[in-house]
Write a protein of this length. Structure first.
Lengths: 60, 809
């Protein structure tokens, strides 16, 4: 049963690690704007694919 | 092209109907040159994907003014310094507020600014806050050029004086989230360690684990006790210092009882404590708090005159012009105000013809003519040619800003309408303390240890967790329901005040009247078809509000092609058609005189070749719903009307609004303020509806001040709520719903009292166990949240407040 001591220690360390990661994400501003990135990600693809198209037609 | 000539064409850029003119360009239709210009800029730079992401994504460019030097103040180093977020040797960062941001295309375009100007490094949009952060190279491009570029593509940033004064925005909501994260983390882990205690056959695991688990719980409780709950201590301390009790006092009482009693049981008795309950309590409380913060983060309400006034003025110094920031304007300076610019301070007209549009101040948009030597109050907008003015008072001391500085703005409203939750919590705390001491006294005769246990258990279980959460959740949901129907409240306290209202005061101009609803009548001989077509073509050329009204009166009429049209600002329109001279405008201008003319409205005369044909009689019309709203409200409330106009419309108003309305005419801003004051002193709970700066004092003084506006993003005076003019008819429903939500709060109070009664009845008997606490506490919180959320949304739905389609009509 003594193994539980170790398991508790590990679980606490893991949990503290997650808390720390959350704090870091919060500080970096990831949660400030949770709408715009969802739109932005679509643009990037669109413009890139367009550029690729035009360059490919030119090269032909 | 799919649209035919019969159909109304839709502008490729902004999606509005092309009513007045249609510009064909590049096989596309545009409603105005502004829209076409934006398209040209974008197509030159190969940015036409803008139009592919969303249909007709632009905003109409009709109303933008074309003054070239209106951004000159952005050359001023002081101004730049204040606006920038960050600056180093190479680059500068600035955040603009751009209200026009509304679709995916906007985001795309604003994040591709670097393709329009090589000096710009990047743009980053925050869609919800409608902000763009632009990073640019200091040497390659100036701030002024960036603002000009943004304005050119139809996204003119809003920059005003209050931007300059802004301090560092405190990220307080982030701090609460950190507190929540800590509380959640500790709560979760403490539940793990308390699990053996819940199934009280703890012997399964063995003694040494119990001890360890208890000590771990204490360690985990420390951050909750010292960090997560610190805001509650501060608030409770402040309340006690002011010799009052707020919601947070019983909460702090509960936190202390939980923490110290648990320390006692763990270290002295060697038994399990209630630390997990403490963690859960803070976790739920903070969730409620964050929810509250999120719902309030909508609009800024405390905008003062500074956000309305321009940033800079053109000063005349020995025949040359210079643009200076408004703060540097002194009494005695000569300034120049151009078409569509604001009068920044009370001044005397020196040169030029002033046609001042006071629509913001009074709600009436037809310009007022001022002559040389007359005093012009700040806040008006010049229409027509540029004028020179001598400044009489500094911008912070003008007539209208005086009103802002009236004492009723200085102090917070200290009305008798105390919030329901705080009143309840006073009683709550008192009763809980009585019960706790009562059980202590009763038990101390038989068993002192049970007496102590019962005393603390009562404090623990009676924690008003559910009580504290029912208010923010109910009112938060109510705020959301109101917001969906375009009534935006400043905070939740307004709802409680709205529920109490027994007196409704309306401002007339702009609040009850609606420019688009104006009644137009032609007095004179019947107009021939040809004449109507000529007039239609003439008024099309003008942006004067009266022209617009005549234009909409002549709906469906075709326009003839005119040989020549000219607008003489402040006078009227002159046009030549097939050799005939047409004049449309004021009496002086046309030379026509109204014989026994109607009064109480505006007259626009028409002459052809010097011969008077008659005049247009234009009266601002009342909103359609006024009659119904007044009769519905009048059943239980007294209705008052304040108007800045003469009394000539009394009969007309009385016919629509009924007899029980108290009408007051010729009311200036201060009269309105005093009128509301007088009613308040009589003990009435007042609701004021107004729209202009002249209502600002009354709006602030009333218990609930609602600013009615046609465009939510426009400036509106400081108030408790902002209402979109189109939902004016829902006013009775809004007030009724405020009452309902108050009832829901009370019902959920009842629910949480029921939990408390059950809990306390166990506690006074000294039967409280950690398991019982661990189940009852979260259950009461969650069920109260569910109850309020579900009922509020259901009631809002039933009253038709959440259905946005209903406002389309």
């Amino acid at each position: 049963m003594e193994i539980i001591f170790l398991l508790i220690a590990i679980s606490l360390i893991l949990a503290v690690g997650f808390l720390f990661l959350f704090f870091r994400a919060m500080k970096s501003g990831q949660y400030d704007d949770n709408y715009t990135p969802s739109v932005r990600i679509l643009f990037d693809q669109k413009t890139k694919s367009k550029k690729n198209n035009t360059t490919s037609t030119k090269s032909k | 092209m799919k649209a035919t000539d019969q159909k109304t064409l839709i502008c490729y850029h902004c999606g509005e109907d092309c009513q007045e003119e249609i510009i064909h360009f590049d096989e596309k239709d545009f409603c105005c040159t502004g829209c076409k210009l934006v398209y040209e800029v974008l197509s030159e730079n190969d940015l036409c994907s803008y139009y592919e992401i969303a249909d007709n994504p632009g905003s109409s460019q009709k109303a933008t003014s074309g003054e070239k030097n209106r951004f000159d103040y952005l050359d001023d180093r002081e101004v730049i310094q204040k606006l920038l977020d960050f600056q180093n040797e190479v680059e500068s960062h600035i955040t603009f507020y751009i209200p026009q941001i509304h679709c995916a295309s906007c985001i795309w375009l604003l994040e591709n600014l670097h393709r329009l100007n090589a000096g710009i490094i990047s743009g980053r949009v925050d869609f919800v806050k409608k902000k763009v952060q632009v990073k640019y190279l200091r040497d390659a491009v100036s701030l002024k050029d960036i603002v000009r570029l943004l304005s050119k593509i139809g996204y003119e940033p809003r920059i005003n004086l209050s931007n300059l004064d802004k301090g560092k925005v405190v990220r307080s909501d982030r701090r609460t989230i950190y507190r929540l994260a800590v509380a959640g983390f500790c709560f979760g882990n403490m539940m793990f360690f308390s699990l053996p205690e819940y199934f009280s056959e703890a012997e399964l695991i063995g003694e040494k684990f119990i001890g360890l688990f208890n000590y771990l719980n204490v360690v985990l409780a420390l951050p909750v006790f010292f960090y997560s709950s610190s805001d509650y201590y501060k608030s409770a301390w402040l309340a006690l210092k002011n010799k009052s009790i707020n919601m947070d006092v019983p909460i702090v009482l509960g936190i202390f009882a939980l923490f110290f009693y648990s320390l006692y049981t763990i270290f002295v008795l060697g038994e399990a404590g209630y630390m997990d309950t403490l963690g859960g309590l803070l976790f739920f409380l903070l969730i409620g708090k964050i929810y509250q913060q999120k719902t309030y983060e909508t609009l800024s309400f405390d905008r003062d005159y500074k956000s309305y006034f321009p940033m800079a003025v053109t000063r005349l110094v020995q025949d040359s012009e210079e643009v200076i920031p408004l703060a540097r304007l002194n009494v005695g300076d000569l300034i120049r105000v151009r078409n569509n610019e604001l009068i920044p301070s009370d001044s005397i007209l020196i040169e030029g013809e002033a046609h001042i549009d006071y629509s913001f101040v009074t709600g009436e948009e037809v310009p007022v003519v001022k002559r040389k030597g007359q005093l012009i109050y700040a806040g008006g907008r010049q229409k027509g040619t540029s004028i020179s003015l001598a400044v009489q008072k500094s911008p912070s001391q003008g007539y209208l800003t005086d009103l802002w500085n009236n004492e009723s703005f200085e102090k917070e409203k200290v009305h008798s309408l105390e919030s329901l939750a705080n009143r309840t919590s006073k009683w709550f705390t008192l009763i809980v303390l009585l019960i706790a001491f009562g059980s202590l006294a009763v038990w101390s005769f038989s068993d002192l240890s049970i007496a102590l246990k019962a005393f603390t258990s009562v404090l623990i279980i009676a924690c008003p967790c559910a009580l504290a959460m029912s208010t923010p959740f109910t009112l938060g949901n109510t705020l959301r329901a109101f917001g969906k129907s375009k009534l935006y409240l400043k905070n939740a306290a307004v709802i409680e005040k709205m529920a109490m209202v027994d007196t409704v005061i309306f401002d007339k101009t702009g609040t009850l009247t609606e420019p688009a609803n104006a009644s137009v009548e032609f007095v004179g001989d019947e107009l021939s078809r040809e004449t109507r077509q000529v007039i239609k073509a003439m008024v099309n050329q003008s942006t004067h509000p009266l022209s617009n009204r005549i234009n909409s009166w002549l709906v469906g009429e075709k326009r003839t092609i005119l040989d020549q049209v000219e607008e003489i600002p402040g006078k009227g329109l002159q046009a030549f058609c097939k050799g005939h001279e047409f004049l449309l405008g004021s009496s002086d201008f046309t030379g026509a005189v109204a014989e026994g003319g109607k009064k109480g409205g505006n007259q626009v005369f028409l002459t052809v070749e010097g011969q008077a044909l008659g005049y247009f009689f234009i009266q601002s019309g009342l909103r359609k719903e006024v009659g119904r709203v007044v009769s519905e409200l009048g059943q239980a409330k007294s209705i008052h009307l304040l108007s800045g106009d003469q009394a000539h419309e009394r009969d007309n108003l009385q016919r629509v609004m009924g007899d029980q309305v108290h009408m007051n005419f010729k009311q200036g801003p201060t009269d309105k303020l005093n009128y509301v004051k007088k009613l308040n002193r009589k003990g009435a709970a007042t609701l004021m509806l107004g729209d202009g700066l002249n209502d600002a004092g009354a709006l602030k003084e009333s218990h609930v001040g609602i600013a009615v506006t046609d465009k939510i993003t426009n400036f509106s005076p400081a108030s408790d709520a902002i209402m979109d003019a189109e939902v004016f008819g829902k006013l009775p429903a809004f007030l009724a719903f405020a009452k309902t939500s108050r009832k829901i709060v009370m019902a959920s109070f009842g629910l949480s009292f029921a939990y408390n009664v059950v809990g306390i009845s166990f506690a006074v008997q000294g039967l409280l166990s950690p398991v019982f606490c661990a189940i009852l506490m979260p259950m009461s919180s969650i069920s109260v949240i569910l109850f309020t959320t579900v009922t509020t949304n259901y009631m809002a739905y039933k009253k038709g407040l959440t259905k946005t389609e209903a406002t389309w009509k």
